[in-house]
Design a binder for this molecule. Structure first.
Ligand code: FHN
Length: 691
């Protein structure tokens, strides 16, 4: 690290000496997650089929006078009493179900795996379970769907995988009951007994059907399910099949964006990959594994009225966009009660397959784009021994016959249109122009493959990252650029020197994080040899005065006081307008396992050192943290367990502390961690003390 002191001249001498001692070692942005052999097949596949199928396909979205917009949630959204819903068991007879045909359609579409609902929230099992009669063997069909799919899958190069819902609206021990199920007593319900049932069924699914690709859990968000149960479930799966992949919906999904809370944080457990739903994240840290699941129309389960199917081009653009960000695409089918796929789904699968037959190499086995944003499309890449293939997915095919690839340098050896001919290309300064036909090569997305010797050099600005821009003692600043072939040069202009003309006379070549000890602006720029090849970027870092301790260290700091309130809110209430239901001194900071409740924790936070402190607050639902009356974290809102971070510069001593939290219905989480910036965070429960 390069300590910047208060003596600039000394710094300059120090740096020049250091530069002569070190060879240039440029850090490259990771373009792919860390090696994990268990995930190799899944990362290679990039594309899978989701299947939501069960009793709910029979009503097909319609129930009496309760509308036609229902789907797999129909028992709840149409408030169908259990006894009435169970009668669908006598009707479920998908005589046209053909496991081979399903697997063949998935494989022909370029999909590498299928994830099918072994049990959705309604509790009905598509497999022969010893644990319940609410399963396929009680229907006129009497065939084990999981078994037939598990046997067919390998014949079509498909990894068969199970979606299994934690939430179960049928099992008598699962809690909570649906709010409208007034007549269905919860008397005697025992979640521990339900968890035993769940574990036994997961054991059946991972014992009776051969190797399973993924255990895809869901329905983990209700109050009765704790994150630590998710860890148990994960360990059960891995114990049964060490190679099975388990998703993150075990108790720490962090809302519909599906990005995992920190492993083991908030009692949750992160599983093997993240699961954004119905959305594609704008940007994902390229070191993470994730999969967007999405419907073809608007619903997961079959709804005969829902004709809002996405076009094939739209679905393919989503696939390319996801792959360009190192993600997987899990595209859903909702089969009909007769066991066939909707015609619209069959048509799209066929058209996607035609495109994948020619362009699949630009998806399968690729890693994310080395470029920033490409205005006309996306990119993926495959790294070989001594060369790289760049795939350019051109959403907006140029009409002038020239595809301009911005920022690409290095040694390009060839270019071609997938499914077509080689394409002439020319190297400009920091761009490559590929001459392509005026006519697009297909009806959806034309793909141009460019071979590069070694790793591509992409001219782009470096990134300047640091945990904070305001610091107390110092702050570690990291510079990064995607291309290992570029050098990053930087300047550090101390705030007290800003007018000095010689600020830019001395630049440094970036090798290791920069430690800034006084207010300064860091400037950075990429060079290809001695040629600047990116714009200059900068970031200001300010040394701040720590917030004065409200009280010096004192023996009677007092404990944590907790005031409790009852009510129904979508956001944190104005507590000054509420009546306190109860007050506890020496309270413990953790959520009540209740609904329609709010709690306020107050006390004196003792910090033993003057420093910048980091706070991480996870809550379901909303929460807010104040230190000395300043909002440090605002995690308010009606949401699942989600984590937010905050920072505060604190002088050693006692500081006023206030933590507000509420839970409306469903899951409940409250987890606060604090630590000196750069050190590990410690969960705060019964003592407001940070070392
Ligand atoms: O409630 C379910 C829903 O029915 C569907 O299964 C989706 C698919 O990921 N998951 C849950 C909503 O997040």
């Amino acid at each position: 690290m390069y300590p910047l002191s208060n003596n600039k001249a000394a710094d300059v001498i120090y740096y020049i000496t250091m530069i002569e001692l070190f060879a240039a070692a440029i850090f490259a942005t990771s373009q792919a997650p860390l090696p994990n052999p268990k995930l190799d097949w899944w990362r290679e596949a990039r594309f899978g089929m989701f299947i939501h199928w069960g009793l709910y396909a029979i009503p097909a979205g319609t129930w009496e006078d309760k509308g036609t917009g229902h789907a797999e949630w129909i028992r709840t959204t149409a408030q169908i009493p259990l006894g009435t819903y169970d009668k669908f068991v006598d009707e479920f007879n998908p005589v046209l179900f053909d496991a081979d045909a399903w697997c063949e359609m998935a494989s022909d579409a370029g999909m590498g795996y299928i994830v099918i609902t072994s049990k959705h929230h309604d509790g009905f099992c598509l497999f022969d379970s010893e644990q319940t009669n609410f399963d396929i063997m009680s229907t006129p069909f009497k065939r084990d769907i999981m078994r037939e799919l598990a046997e067919a899958a390998p014949k079509h190069d498909i990894q068969m995988s199970w979606y299994h819902s934690i939430m179960d609206w049928h099992h008598q021990d699962y809690l909570p009951r649906r709010g409208w199920e007034k007549e269905r007593s919860a008397e005697g319900a025992d979640m521990q007994r339900y968890r035993t049932y769940l574990h036994k069924q997961v054991t059946e699914l991972l014992t009776n059907y051969g190797p399973v690709g993924i255990m895809w859990f869901d329905g983990e968000w209700e109050a009765s399910w704790r994150g630590e149960y998710g860890k148990e479930l994960y360990e059960l799966c891995i114990g049964l099949q060490p190679e099975v992949i388990v998703n993150n919906r075990l108790g720490a999904r962090g809302g519909m964006e599906g990005l995992t809370g920190m492993d083991g944080y908030a009692g949750g457990y992160g599983g093997d990959y993240m699961t954004p739903e119905q959305e594609i994240p704008d940007a994902v840290d390229k070191g993470l594994d994730w999969e967007t699941c999405m419907t073809m129309n608007d619903r997961w389960g079959y709804n005969l009225h829902d004709k809002n199917f996405k076009s094939t081009t739209d679905l393919l653009q989503k696939l390319c966009d996801i792959a360009s960000k190192n993600g997987n695409f899990l595209l859903n089918i909702g089969p009909k009660p007769d066991g066939t796929f909707p015609d619209e789904s069959i048509q799209r699968l066929s058209e996607i397959g035609d495109w994948m037959d020619i362009n699949g190499e630009a998806i399968h086995g690729t890693i994310g784009s080395p470029f920033g944003k490409l205005d006309w499309g996306r990119a993926t890449q495959k790294i070989h021994e001594g060369s790289t293939t760049l795939y350019f997915h051109v959403f907006d095919w140029p009409t002038n016959g020239a595809l301009v690839i911005p920022g690409l340098s290095g040694t390009v050896t060839s270019a071609k249109i997938l499914g077509g001919k080689d394409a002439p290309f020319s190297m400009g300064s920091g761009k490559v122009i590929v001459t392509i036909p005026i006519a697009e090569p297909n009806d959806h997305i034309g793909v141009v493959a460019v071979e590069v010797k070694g790793k591509p050099i992409i001219y782009e600005a470096p990134t300047i990252t640091a945990p904070v821009t305001e610091f107390v003692d110092d702050v570690e600043v990291t510079l990064e650029v995607g291309s290992q072939g570029l050098e990053i040069k930087y300047w550090v202009v101390l705030q007290r020197d800003e007018q000095a003309l010689d600020n830019f006379m001395v630049s440094f070549t970036y090798k290791e994080p920069i430690v800034v000890r006084e207010s300064a602006t860091v400037y950075a720029r990429c060079f290809d040899g001695e040629i600047p090849v990116s714009p200059m970027i900068s970031k200001v870092f300010t040394k701040v005065t720590p917030w004065r301790a409200s009280y010096a260290f004192s023996s009677d700091r007092g404990g944590i006081q907790k005031n409790t309130y009852n009510g129904s809110w979508d956001l944190l209430p104005d507590f000054s307008e509420l009546d306190v239901v109860s007050t506890v001194n020496d309270a413990v900071i953790k959520n009540a396992d209740k609904e329609f409740i709010a709690e306020v924790f107050t006390g004196l936070l003792t910090v033993k050192r003057t420093a910048m402190y980091e706070f991480a607050l996870s809550s379901d639902d909303g929460s807010r943290l104040y230190i000395d009356g300043n909002i440090v974290i605002d995690n308010d809102g009606l949401h699942g367990a989600q984590i937010k971070q905050g920072y505060a510069p604190l002088a050693k001593g006692n500081h006023e502390f206030r933590l507000e939290w509420f839970n409306k219905t469903g899951g409940a989480t409250l987890d606060l961690r604090i630590g000196k910036l750069g050190e590990s965070l410690t969960r705060i429960t019964n003592a407001l003390v940070v070392e």
